[in-house]
Write a protein that binds this ligand. Structure first.
Ligand code: UDP
Length: 246
């Protein structure tokens, strides 16, 4: 049974990072495609305005509270989550785990060439990691079925889908039926860019102080519009709490 908090209609799991990893490890070893999404404030706001996206998020087996804004929102709703569980950190923990147990991973998304570089870097970082296949994320709808077949045929048990939200979540939902060989699908945004070294993650001190968003903003001020979504998110959650319209 999941223990969740409802944030603007999106069910977010009240879990620690350690518990999330334990569950993800079980999922990757258990046949029957499980799904993990990692909603941040931007994703939850988008789902609030897109009923189909909200339904897709709520169909997952686990939604981790990715971002300090989500942790804060849960606290405001008086149903706190224990801590932030960033999709990127969960992915790293899982790769470390399957490196030893042998399940393969398929890297799907990002610009052409990025997944290949990420694969190379991941093999160095997680010695023994089995990369079952890669596929870039710029394709037309008519190619989706072939991509799903390619992933399925690769034998990968873990599928990382890095197409950005809501594309990655909707793609997983639309194509799950074809991925009968995959045990766990995760939507993890820009993770391949970070693994490949195209984008740098914030230094640890920023992450510890919950200022990763600030670091990312300083590195790329053109993302201002995306960061402005945070105060809007908090205000919307406040209104939601008052109306009790869950
Ligand atoms: N992307 C993709 N196909 C698309 C659109 C985006 O593969 O049609 C990739 C993009 O290259 C990037 C990732 O999706 O690697 C999204 O990165 P972003 O930083 O926007 O994601 P976030 O982690 O912020 O959700």
């Amino acid at each position: 049974m999941r223990n969740t908090v409802d944030i603007l209609g999106v069910k977010v799991d009240k879990i620690t990072a350690a518990y999330a990893l334990k569950k993800a490890e079980q999922m990757v070893r258990t046949p029957g495609t499980s799904v993990i999404f990692t909603p941040n404030p931007e994703i939850i706001m988008a789902a609030h305005e897109d009923a189909e996206f909200k339904k897709v998020l709520n169909s997952a087996d686990m939604c981790t509270p990715d971002g300090i804004g989500v942790v804060y929102a849960a606290k405001m709703l008086k149903t706190p989550v224990p801590e932030r569980v960033a999709g990127f950190d969960l992915t790293c923990g899982l790769l470390e785990s399957i490196r030893k147990t042998g399940e393969g991973v398929f890297l799907f998304g990002a610009k052409p060439g990025v997944a290949e570089t990420a694969a190379q870097k991941l093999r160095e970082k997680y010695v023994g990691l089995k990369i079952s296949g890669v596929q870039h994320g710029y394709f037309s709808d008519s190619e989706s079925a072939d991509i799903a077949d390619k992933i399925n045929a690769s034998g990968a048990k873990l599928l990382l889908v890095c197409l950005g939200a809501p594309k990655q979540e909707k793609w997983i939902s639309d194509n799950m039926g074809r991925l009968s060989n995959v045990n766990l699908c995760m939507g993890v945004g820009g993770a391949l860019d970070v693994f490949a070294g195209v984008v740098k993650r914030a230094p640890d001190i920023f992450i510890k102080l919950n200022l990763e968003w600030f670091y990312r903003f300083c590195k790329n001020p053109s993302r201002l519009g995306r960061f402005a979504a945070l105060p809007k998110f908090i205000l919307t959650v406040k209104g939601y709490e008052k109306r009790g319209d869950k």
